[in-house]
Design a binder for this molecule. Structure first.
Ligand code: CMC
Length: 426
């Protein structure tokens, strides 16, 4: 491919460099375009715009490829553990056995959350959505850790990573404990990270709690599948907020809010609610497919479609298989799974979905697994956030290390021209 693109505006030609990525993705570098020509580009939703160069995640939406730091998602989901993957995503290489042990030990140093955080959580009504509470609590962590991390100092950054990994898991589970009226639990430093998630969520003072290893393994895999996904809405939010040199907790809190929306991470909750509605309505999947295709009906088939994957979502393939395995191992016969499969089969044969390249995404089957594992529906997006945390940290770290400028898009103003100030007489 040529190294230069030429743009002609009103007979004037502008040469723009073409940047080629390590997987041969090409981008026209327009960073000097306005200075040279006076015009900007317009791309709502950033469908055609790269916001950065990144070494973290590669995905090819046409071929259904997803890799973290060069490792295939299929390999990582099968062979690695979540903490190991989080280290890989954040620091760039798989940890050695001793690095991993040290990392786990260092995370444990920070798993105690300041007791005063409890009075903040007490200010929320029990009915508050866990994602809203999680975003607020993550931001509140800043009050107890006011020193902003210097991302270029390796030691400081490492400590900030361990602190964030430790505390975020605890406060994420507190959102559930609060909604149930249960006493808030402490991380148990004798247990593993994912095992602790179950302990923090479900162990009560009234008796011992031993989570099923099948459940721990399934959760571990789900967290791995969510660990990063390059410049999606919440990750771009984290980078954007961090680009003003706001701290890590503040940036992640903003990412949690972005993830909450039903077009992004909130889709996993929306999928399950949709499947339950279909079940209550007699289980007729085709009726809901028709609704999704009707342009006068705002209903969308939740868990279908993706901005980048236009063939299949590799995470959905792994999750579908895992859903079958988990449900059969746990002996759960969930009619919702058959509705999901029917819906998927019909949609994949339907011209509307085929012509728009709409395939099941990561959220289509994840909720079914969460439900089988006993996770309440409004915690599903919190599960996504726990999994995505390493990605947010890694992207924030990379953005600061690369000394990226503050994110500040431009616009094309289409409002009134200058008007004379005059009050209406009526
Ligand atoms: N059901 C019905 N029609 C759909 C759907 C859907 N789920 N998704 C897209 N379309 C149609 C859309 O109406 C449009 O049709 P037309 O060209 O006739 O106007 C066409 O497909 C293109 O849609 P778009 O909204 O322009 O595509 P996008 O790339 O902006 O949106 C999306 C991607 C994920 C927001 C969208 O597919 C969607 O809303 N899906 C449902 C929500 C969902 O499952 N989100 C989770 C995404 S994966 C997890 C994550 O990483 O966040």
């Amino acid at each position: 491919m040529s190294k230069i693109a030429t743009l002609e505006i009103d007979g004037n030609k502008f040469e723009l460099p073409i940047v080629i990525g390590s997987e041969n993705e090409a981008a026209v570098d327009i960073s000097k375009l306005r200075d040279q020509s006076g015009v900007i580009t317009l791309d709502p939703g950033y469908k055609n715009s790269g916001s950065c160069k990144s070494e973290i995640t590669f995905l090819d939406g046409e071929l259904g490829i997803l890799r973290y730091r060069g490792y295939a998602i299929e390999d990582l989901a099968e062979k690695a553990h979540f903490l190991e993957v989080s280290y890989l995503v954040i620091f760039g290489e798989l940890p050695t056995a001793s690095q991993l042990l040290q990392y786990e030990t260092d995370i444990r140093k920070y798993t105690l959350v300041n007791e005063e955080m409890k009075s903040i959580i007490d200010g929320f009504p029990k009915t508050a959505h866990p994602m809203g509470v999680l975003s607020a609590l993550t931001s509140a962590l800043t009050a107890f850790n006011p020193k902003s991390v210097n991302a270029e100092n390796e030691k400081e950054m490492y400590e900030a990573v361990c602190k964030t990994m430790g505390k975020f898991l605890v406060i994420a589970t507190w959102t559930y404990r609060k909604s149930m009226g249960f006493p808030l639990n402490y991380y148990d430093n004798t247990k593993g990270y994912v095992e602790n998630f179950m302990h923090l969520m479900f162990e009560l003072p009234t008796g011992p709690y031993t989570p099923d290893p099948v459940v721990i393994n399934a959760l571990d895999k789900l967290f791995i599948l969510h660990a990063d996904h390059e410049q999606n809405c919440s990750t771009s939010t984290v980078r954007m907020v961090g680009s003003s040199h706001a701290g890590l907790f503040a940036s992640i809190s903003a990412g949690v809010s972005a993830l909450w929306g039903p077009l992004h991470g909130g889709a996993n909750q929306a999928v399950l609610e949709m499947l339950e509605d279909i079940q209550k309505d007699g289980g007729d999947a085709d009726k809901y497919l028709a609704k999704a295709k009707d342009k006068n009906d705002p209903f969308r088939l939740m868990g279908f479609g993706h901005r980048v994957y236009k063939n299949f979502d590799p995470r959905a393939k792994i999750i579908k298989k895992a859903a079958d395995e988990v449900l059969s191992t746990l002996g759960v016969d969930d009619p919702i799974l058959s509705i999901a499969k029917r819906l998927e089969e019909s949609a994949l044969q339907d011209d509307y979905f085929k012509s728009r390249n709409l395939y099941p995404n990561v959220d289509f089957y994840s909720g079914i697994i969460y439900r089988a594992l006993g996770i309440p529906t409004d915690m599903f997006t919190v599960m996504f956030a726990i999994g995505r945390l390493p990605g947010w940290i890694a992207q924030w770290k990379e953005m600061r290390e690369n000394k990226e400028p503050i994110g500040r898009p431009r616009q094309i103003y289409v409002g009134y021209p200058l008007r004379e100030f005059k009050r209406s007489q009526e």
